[in-house]
Design a protein around this ligand. Structure first.
Ligand SMILES: Nc1nc2c(ncn2[C@@H]2O[C@H](COP(=O)(O)OP(=O)(O)OP(=O)(O)O)[C@@H](O)[C@H]2O)c(=O)[nH]1
Ligand SMILES: [Mg+2]
Length: 534
């Protein structure tokens, strides 16, 4: 009777404890995202998405709505990123087409080389089991180590884990216990050996003082825009494949950036997103430039929408990726972070490969079938916005030099199709005017096999970067919409169920982070409760 009452309480009244796994390639910004989440002011109740109709196929949530209601709640999705200039966009599309077409060969390529059992076991031997909250303690498939078993690092319930524990050096101290509060995380001076690097659990890099309140004025220094300099430099090295001339011409003619008006008109420069304010003081995010590559895992505990969430940020380094699967068993949601500003297409390909591998993992496959939500988070959108702003600035400057006035309506066309043409006239370097991003946002959706996409906006169809398949029945107000996009993202899909979706945003500025996490937690809560009521 007592256990029945406890069960009912746990199922219906106690705040759910949700474990969220953050994975993705190295430097995609996972730790930055974790740090951003720590200073984000999440709603105590989830207002949207949780009421979302399950029958609706939800592929990707890729846009933003500036409607007052969403804005007041603060959970404002990121603005739709500006598309690449036509030439780059064509290149991006061709490359994605090529990758999708050559997929079979790619699975045999060097990145896909399956590790032999011996290699993998050897790798996993030296790694302590992750301290996730356990749903069950059973062993993994194929002799791989069992899933996380306990909330504490010291209690490991599986026999196999115990055996490995006795061979392992002692764990480093718990995060935050022995380190002085003000001390920055130690820089990595040398490359650790393969074995010893795995047994290091790096502490969460954020000293307490950054997640507690700090003066607002100090915040400024952490938001530099140095990213543009590196972006321009990166262009020089990126391989340029010349598309057909006539096709290019066609692209230019079709180019239209009108939809950006909806976003940029409302954009306020220097706007801060969802920063925690308590007692009149802003929480300060741990400085991005001080975040070191993660070797083990970082953990953050935050309350989102009334759920107690444990976020596990794992290392994305190639050697550490086999670790990910040890967390799959006990996670209630997965965030796969992608660097949307990446100028290397091969990095994106690798990212895609890892994502597919994750979805095809036996444990994960079963969980996805049962509704485990997986969010691809297209990070670093601030780079895309920055490039657009830079383009406009440069365009204005060029016109000032030529003493020709032109109105704001011309702006978008200028930054898009006409930009290169004008810059040529002015003797400017063409490369200065194009984006360094290797992939267009719309291609990103296709690239990651998102079955359909949806814009959280009543204006949806105009803003769709492509084209579509499914009817979409949701907008930013939580009302039902029914748009039929004319898209082609249904070539294949990692998940027909629609619980794989995409959000965009920026860990650096915070844009889109709150909306993405609240949406994910709403989905994850449903999944968690369903799993526990079985
Ligand atoms: N412009 C921009 N830079 C970002 C953003 N997020 C992260 N970065 C930068 O990207 C780099 C990598 O960030 P990390 O958070 O360490 O990446 P990670 O995915 O945790 O990498 P590993 O721990 O090695 O797996 C850092 O230099 C960050 O400053 C973002 O939203 N915008
Ligand atoms: Mg990291």
């Amino acid at each position: 009777m007592f256990s029945l009452a406890t069960g009912i309480y746990q199922s219906y009244f106690a705040p759910p404890k949700i474990s969220i796994l953050i994975v993705g390639l190295d430097t995609s910004g996972k730790t930055a995202l974790l740090e951003r989440v720590k200073v984000t002011n999440f709603s105590s109740r989830l207002h949207h998405a949780s009421s979302h109709n399950d029958k609706c196929v939800l592929g990707a949530v890729a846009g933003a709505n500036m409607d007052d209601d969403t804005f007041k709640r603060g959970a404002r999705p990121a603005r739709l990123p500006p598309p690449l200039p036509p030439k780059k966009a064509t290149e991006s599309r061709h490359r994605v087409d090529q990758v999708l077409a050559e997929e079979d060969e790619q699975t045999k390529s060097i990145h896909d080389r399956p590790q032999t059992n011996n290699e993998r076991d050897d790798l996993l031997q030296g790694i302590p089991p992750p301290p996730l909250c356990g749903l069950d303690n059973s062993q993994g498939t194929n002799g791989t180590p069992g899933g996380p078993a306990d909330t504490t690092q010291s209690t490991i319930n599986t026999t196999q884990s115990k055996t490995r524990d006795s061979q392992r050096p002692p764990l480093p101290p718990q995060p935050g216990l022995s380190k002085p509060r003000d001390q920055a995380p130690a820089p990595i001076t040398s490359t650790p050996s393969k074995r010893s690097s795995f047994i290091q659990l790096l502490r969460c890099p954020s000293p307490q003082r950054y997640s507690s309140s700090a003066l607002g004025e100090e915040e400024e220094e952490y938001y530099s825009d140095a990213i543009h300099a590196s972006a321009v430099a990166a262009i020089a090295t990126s391989a340029q494949k010349q598309p057909q001339q006539d096709q290019q011409q066609q692209e230019v003619e079709e180019w239209n950036t009108d939809y950006l008006n909806d976003y940029y008109i409302n954009y306020q420069d220097g706007e801060e997103f969802d920063v925690k304010v308590s007692n009149g003081k802003k929480s300060k995010m741990f400085p991005l430039e001080r975040i070191r590559p993660t070797l083990g895992q970082n953990l953050a505990k935050v309350e989102i929408g009334g759920c107690k969430c444990s976020l596990f940020d794992l290392s994305g380094a190639e050697k550490m990726r086999p670790l990910w699967e040890r967390y799959y068993r006990d996670t209630d949601a997965v965030i796969f972070v992608v660097d949307s500003s990446d100028h290397s297409f091969s990095n994106l390909q690798q990212s895609r490969h890892e994502f597919r591998k994750l979805c095809q993992n036996e444990v994960m496959k079963r969980r996805i079938e049962r509704g485990l939500p997986i969010m691809i988070f297209a990070n670093k959108l601030d780079v895309a916005y920055g490039e657009y702003d830079k383009g406009v600035e440069r365009a204005n400057e060029a016109d000032r030099r030529r003493q020709v006035s032109w109105n704001a309506d011309e702006e978008d066309a200028f930054v898009g199709g006409k930009q290169q043409e004008r810059s040529h006239k002015n003797g400017e370097n063409e490369e200065d005017c194009v984006s360094s991003r290797a992939i267009d946002f719309s291609d990103l959706l296709r690239f990651f096999d998102i079955a359909s996409f949806q814009l959280m906006d009543g204006n949806g169809p105009e803003m769709g970067a492509g084209t579509a398949v499914e009817s979409v029945q949701y907008n930013g107000n939580g009302e039902s919409n029914n748009h039929h996009y004319n898209h082609n993202f249904n070539r294949r899909s990692v998940c027909a169920k629609g619980n794989v979706f995409l959000f965009g945003g920026s860990a650096k500025t915070g844009e889109g982070v709150k909306a993405a996490f609240e949406y994910l937690v709403a989905q994850s809560k449903k999944y968690h409760l369903a799993m526990h009521s079985q």
